[in-house]
Write a protein that binds this ligand. Structure first.
Ligand code: NDP
Length: 294
């Protein structure tokens, strides 16, 4: 079997075009422009690229982007003050604090300080709690994007066996909650799980989010399964440069799975599209107005 390649890039482009239409409609009908504040602390080159991409996409969708660059020496207090200013600023619907933060900053205090209504990353415990009990939450972008790709391919996920490899608060756990909401039978696996290959082989849906290059081999995959590879690992390439690979050994998995996301071009683009989606949702919910058609 040769797996269908799930084109996250194309899906994300369609979603972003729909969001741009929704933003234009909101502007035309109510004069509202959704705004996202992106906060970057320090000079991590990968974070600089991520934030630049996110603000560029925000602006391309017709929203307002507010970029805040702070030095690596920034204190927790200074960052908290900025977050509080952004919480109070009505032009800001979403607040994104780019991870990782420099050592010495109290990450939990920062995330706890973000107004849950503006928490477009879905990291605040109020949103995590709402997701867990089935209430409307701002949902972490990467798992939300994975869930959209799964719904698009499988339509009805009810009764399927889903294995989530990884239990981080930003990917694994919210992913498991979304799959549970979709009526899957969900297993969460992690570094202490015994006989990981056997656990994975039981999965109709396998989500790999471990950050270990090509850890999931072809013979870990149930024939016909849908495989979502969240991993982004930069490894040396033959030409002396580097390249990105996932947590799944793609060439092996492609021969067994029914469908699989590539890296790059799978989950990555969906994460940014879902950030735009959350910003539009936050904008409408904060104002108590319906979400425009997207
Ligand atoms: P974390 O490091 O926070 O979590 C990794 C998880 O994998 C942990 O739960 C850990 O288990 C588990 N794990 C690690 N090693 C093993 C192993 N050998 N066997 C079984 N389980 C293992 O990572 P994130 O969740 O933040 O990210 C995961 C991957 O997804 C990374 O490659 C990251 O770059 C990528 N990512 C991609 C995004 C995108 O937009 N496409 C967005 C966010 C992340 P334990 O809890 O027991 O330690």
């Amino acid at each position: 079997m040769t797996a269908e390649i799930i084109d996250g890039k194309a899906f994300a482009e369609r979603l972003q075009a729909g969001i741009a239409r929704g933003v234009a409609a909101l502007k035309a009908s109510r004069g509202i422009v959704p705004g996202l504040a992106a906060v970057l602390v320090g000079d991590n080159p990968a974070s600089q690229v991520y934030v630049r991409n996110k603000t560029r996409q925000i602006e391309a969708a017709g929203m307002a982007g507010f970029k805040h660059d702070l030095p690596a020496t920034t204190s927790t207090r200074t960052l908290l003050d900025l977050v509080q200013r952004l919480n109070a600023d009505d032009a800001v619907d979403g607040i994104l604090v780019q991870l990782p933060l420099p050592r010495g900053i109290d990450v939990e205090a920062i995330f706890d300080a973000v107004d849950p209504a503006k928490d477009v990353d879905g990291f605040h415990y109020v949103n995590a709690g709402k997701l867990a009990i089935g209430r409307d939450a701002l949902t972490p972008c990467t798992p939300m994007g994975c869930a959209m790709l799964l719904r698009d391919r499988l339509k009805n996920l009810a009764g399927l066996s889903a294995v989530v490899l990884g239990r981080s608060n930003i990917v694994g756990k919210p992913m498991a909650q979304l799959l549970l909401r979709a009526d899957c039978t969900v297993t969460i696996a992690h570094s202490k799980t015994r006989d990981l290959p056997a656990v994975c082989r039981g999965a109709d849906i396998l989500i790999a989010a471990v950050g270990r290059p090509e850890m999931v081999r072809g013979d870990w995959i149930k024939p016909g399964a849908t495989v979502i590879d969240v991993g982004i690992n930069r490894v040396p390439a033959a030409d002396g440069k580097t390249r990105l690979i996932g947590d799944v050994a793609f060439a092996e998995a492609r021969d067994v799975a029914g469908a699989i996301t590539p890296v790059p071009g799978g989950v990555g683009p969906m994460t940014i599209a879902c950030l735009l989606h959350n910003t539009l949702v936050a904008c409408c919910r904060r104002r108590g107005i319906p979400l425009p058609a997207i």
